[in-house]
Structure formats: C-alpha cells, structure tokens
Design a protein around this ligand. Sequence first.
Ligand SMILES: [Mn+2]
Length: 297
Amino acid sequence: MSRSICIIGVPLDLGQSRRGVDMGPAAVRYAGLDHRLERLGCAIRDCGNIEIPVRDTLPEEGGLAYMPAVVEACERVYAAGARAVEDGDVPLFLGGDHSIALGTVAAAATTGEPTGVIWIDAHGDFNTSETSPSGNLHGMPLAALTGRGAPALTDLIRPGRKVADEDVVLIGIRDLDPLEREALKDSRVAVYTMREIDRRGIGEVAEEAVGRLSHLPRVHVSLDMDSLDPREAPGVGTPVPGGFSYREAHLLMETIADSVRVGSIDVVEINPILDERNRTAHLAIDLVLSGLGKSIF
Ligand SMILES: [Mn+2]
C-alpha cells in the first residue's frame, strides 16, 4: 500500500431537493479521513473543496433549472480530478450529491483508456430529463455518462459518452423509476439488484460483478451511501429500506480492492443533518479504506 490520494471535497447540493449534503465533505474530514488513510500507508494531499454556488443565492426552482449551475460545478470537479489523475494520484471525491459524478467520472476517464465504473447505489441514477419524475439531477448522472439525455450533460467536458455500457456495473439496486427500468433493460449495463444479492449472497455477486471489469486498466468506484441499509447509514438524503448490511458493504469493497485497479473513488450523498452522531461519515471512511485495500488479516 503506497498510493498517493488526493482528497477533493465537492459540497454540491443542487442535484436534489433536501438540504444538508453540501456538508458531506466536512463531516467526512471531521471523522478523521486523513489520519486513517495515512495509517493505511497512503500519502495524502487534501486539495480542499471545489467552489460551488450556495443554494440560497440561486432562484428557488430547483430540479432541471439547476442544470447550468451543476454543469459549471462539474467542470471544476473535472479540472481538479483530471489534474490528480495526470499526477498519478488517486482522486477521492467527497460529495455532495451524486450529480458530482458527471465531473468525477469524466476525470477518471481523462486518460482515454477504457475506464470501468462500479456504481454502488439503491437507485439506478439512469434517468434523463424526459424520464425523471422529479427532475432532480442526482438521478441522471449514469445515463449521461453513458451518452443518454440532455446534451448539456452528455457533452460535458468532451462530446459523447465517457464510459461504455459494458464497462459499467450497478450494484445494490432496489428502487427504479418505470422508464428508468426500461432504459436499463435496453442497455448493456450490468445490473445487480438486492433481490439477486439476497438470493445468491454478496460474495458470489461481488466477484461476478467486479470480475466483469478486471480486464480494464482502471476502474472508478462511485459509492452512494444510500446503497447501505438506513439502519447502518441513516445520514443519507434518499434512504431506501433493504440495503447492504455493514459486512455486505465491506465484502463488496474488499472484493473490489482485490480484483481491479481502483483509480478514483467518489463517496456521495452523506447528509449530516439526518445522521446520528456522524456515523454515516465514519462508515464511509471504513468502506473507502476497504476499497483501497485495508484487510482484516
Ligand atoms: Mn446515486
């Protein structure tokens, strides 16, 4: 373990409607992120936070009306992330809501090599502005990154998709909108639902899912904390019952560390206002460490 990690805070809360996820980066730093990464043997550089417009300074419409502000923020996220990738560092992005992935995955794929994406989430995040019931942008990043939806999102940084369908796996899914479900079924994205994980066990599913990407030179891990059961991670904006247990989430991250080359990581949707004594932020750090190779024995 001698990896160099660049911490990039992204206090973006414009992709969804509940307040509080903008405090995610502070909560994770306060929970001791840098010390715990250092103990793992990583070299740490904290690059601070990306500048994000304060929600209260914008008109109150929300939803799609925030697309220009989210795009502009994600261009800055991309710039910071691409610099880290070019320096040979592993960018660790602290959200913010999941719309930050429009910038983080573009940065992960900036080398032009095929880039795998492991998207760990209760939701599909595969809506477009046409299919989304809410218009919230945090439900759209994976669609846009694979080339679907509004050109302002699909052509962010450079025209067209940032990752190929077959290089994306979605794990932990238990809440899809009707048209989103159809779009996923029509795609070549591999989807592993909680039902399948209940039936086959996370060990087998994680090995199969992650194994799909083991031939790729680099993999981006996008960890939405709402993939966990709300009993484990109460501090998230969009909780859905029936998620990962503590050990299931760790085994998934450990399998990732064993099987692919993790080039960049997001940890998103932590909402300290809804949390209990910052335990969701502590859990997020535990899981990031497992994804970077921390093992029990
Ligand atoms: Mn998500």
